[in-house]
Design a binder for this molecule. Sequence first.
Ligand code: B12
Length: 212
Amino acid sequence: MADLKVFRNDLERALISLDRDTAQLIVKQAVLVGTPIEIAGELISQTLKIIGDKWEEGTLSLSQVYMSGLICEQIIDQILPPSSPVRIDQPKMAIAVFEDFHLLGKRIIYSVLRASGFELMDLGGGMGIASLLEIIKKENIRVLLLSVLMLPSAIRIKELTKKLTGSGVKIVVGGAPFRFDEQLWKEVGADAFGRDSSDAIDIVTKIMAGSL
Ligand code: B12
């Protein structure tokens, strides 16, 4: 795997100075040594995590976190390949951000899965239990990937999994609360938890093969 760590400090500096052009230039250089998927997961996602941690420590402002997210969203749109020509679209799969609008993680997982050859519906952000149940039924979704960033929402996943008992629908979760507490996914009745996009590929591959 390419060493993308060398770009992290420069990218962080460009993002917190809201310098979009320099951020784009750094990612252009990184594209010469890593694949777009590695860059999304290893460089962009990790740099955002560092920026997020600094916000939590009180050394950066919320507007810097917000603008860094926006700039990265645009860069990810530019670098990630739109899709693989050969798609695996059975069983039917969808992804959503559960209850809030922290969209970046979902954006990465969606793009990486599509780029890896899986077909899935993007249900967007702010999805609640009632709307998810309706879509699962209407579209016959068999695998639902949920990105969850707020702790109260993560706990409410339990209500969703209860309502889906016996339906055979697989629920895969990811996001900050599940990374903070690595037992939480079991407590809320999910079928699997993924730390990042490579976990997402592994989990979905196992589900497709019937081994999860
Ligand atoms: C950036 C950010 C924002 C941005 C969001 C920009 C955007 N367009 O998404 C802004 C500034 C808008 C924001 C707002 C808020 N935020 Co905020 N935010 C963050 C921050 C710093 C980083 C999140 C992020 O984008 N990370 C980068 C992405 C790429 O990483 P990721 O989402 O974790 O995804 C990766 C993995 O987790 C995994 N993954 C994610 N989803 C899935 C799904 C599956 C199926 C799989 C397999 C894997 C997977 O793969 C991804 C790629 O590696 C986090 C801190 C943190 N530690 O996460 C706080 C955080 C999530 N926010 C928090 C809060 C409180 C808020 C606000 C309520 C603040 C406020 N008072 O207004 C609002 C709520 C907004 C809303 N209603 O949605 C809290 C939640 C705390 C809690 N206990 O619930 C956090 C944890 C910060 C903190 N410690 O206080 N936020």
